[in-house]
Design a protein around this ligand. Structure first.
Ligand code: FE2
Ligand code: FE2
Length: 369
């Protein structure tokens, strides 16, 4: 048995919000846990309300930034008195650990009272019911009136609004089919990133006069091929004659954009050429790229889940002032990063930088204070 300290945190997570994640962080610290499994509990016991998959995907997106949090499906009926026994025994085998502690929110006390307490449970704690505006019930009521509460992470907010969940008015066309498919095609980190790029691209499009719906759709799908093995990308590129550029063909970091545009067309049914162009150019940029493509390219760089790196805050600030200048600075940052790592910068990025520098919006007279 390892000395790993494992915790399970049972809550509704419907939807997961900052309140849940703050509770999870303090549980990790107070109980000195190595790993915390976040397990959704459903009001009807077995998740037959139809929200189970949505809650699960939102939880995966919300947890993607911290490896210590792991969304976990209990795979048992919460109404079964032996539920906790089965869960804890299964986890002790799966994780080969001695220490398991369990935390449940107060509103599930009735459920918890019916459970047998396993002998091998180190600790069981009850979290007080949330009484702030961050509670899930208040969030659901805000969403039903068309407001997006700040207590949701951008990825979770995008998930909800694009699908029109919790009565949120309107939704992104095609999102019902795309989002489950994306969730299967990407890892949780890439899924959360795609949702955050979608919301960021939409906001940039609104600010800079591109179509916000197309920006959101392109943002959602921009990395749809990113998690394919390189050999699969190469096969798609060769069979569809997408490129004969050896640099592209030998690098997943380059190739996933042009292959992504083809996957978006063939697997996600995207026919709009503006969306496909934005996906194809999102990593290198391209001289003459549309404002829509610029919004997606910039959103990819500045989306709120990005871990801090030099230049990020400067590009974010500039993105509120000038699309062209912010994109130029981001591409220069990418160029410096690639070159400082001893790698070769693709000429298309250099050509895009030169093109942006030639635009009136980036001329020294405009960019100097
Ligand atoms: Fe990408
Ligand atoms: Fe991306």
């Amino acid at each position: 048995m390892s000395e790993i300290r494992l915790g399970v945190y049972l809550d509704s997570f419907d939807p997961v919000c900052h309140d849940h994640l703050a509770a999870a962080r303090s549980l990790l610290e107070e109980s000195r846990l190595d790993q915390l499994l976040l397990i959704p509990v459903f009001r009807d016991g077995d998740g037959t309300t139809g929200m189970e998959d949505h809650v699960w995907r939102m939880l995966a997106a919300a947890c993607s930034g911290d490896k210590r949090f792991l969304p976990y499906r209990a795979g048992a009926d919460f109404r079964d008195p032996a539920f906790l026994d089965r869960l804890i025994s299964g986890l002790r085998k799966e994780y080969a650990c001695k220490m398991v502690c369990c935390v449940i929110r107060e509103e599930w006390m009735l459920l918890a009272r019916s459970w047998h307490r396993p002998d091998n449970l180190a600790e069981i704690r009850i979290l007080p019911a949330a009484d702030t505006a961050d509670s899930s019930s208040r969030i659901r009521s805000s969403l039903s009136s068309g407001r997006v509460p700040s207590a949701l992470s951008p990825s979770v907010a995008e998930y909800i609004t694009s699908l029109g969940l919790y009565g949120f008015p309107g939704h992104v066309p095609c999102a019902d089919g795309w989002i489950p498919k994306l969730f299967s095609a990407l890892n949780p980190h890439r899924f959360a990133h795609s949702l955050a790029v979608a919301v960021t691209a939409r906001n940039l499009a609104l600010r800079y006069g591109a179509d916000p719906l197309l920006a959101e759709q392109a943002g959602l799908l921009h990395d749809c091929a990113k998690c394919l093995p390189l050999a699969d990308m190469q096969q798609i590129a060769r069979q569809d004659h997408l490129t004969d550029d050896p640099d592209f063909l030998s690098s997943g970091a380059l190739l996933h954009s042009v292959v992504g545009a083809r996957v978006a067309r063939d697997a996600y049914g995207v026919g709009n050429p503006d969306i496909l162009e934005a996906i194809a150019f999102h990593n290198t940029g391209a001289p003459g790229m549309s404002r829509l493509a610029m919004c997606v390219c910039l959103a990819d760089y500045i989306e709120p889940n990005r871990r801090p790196f030099p230049l990020l805050e400067e590009v974010r600030s500039l993105s509120a002032v000038s699309l062209e200048q912010a994109l130029l600075l981001s591409l220069k940052g990418t160029a410096d990063h690639v070159l400082s790592g001893g790698n070769t910068l693709h000429p298309q990025t250099l050509e895009t930088i030169s093109w942006l520098q030639s635009l009136p919006a980036c001329s020294p007279a405009v960019s100097s204070p």
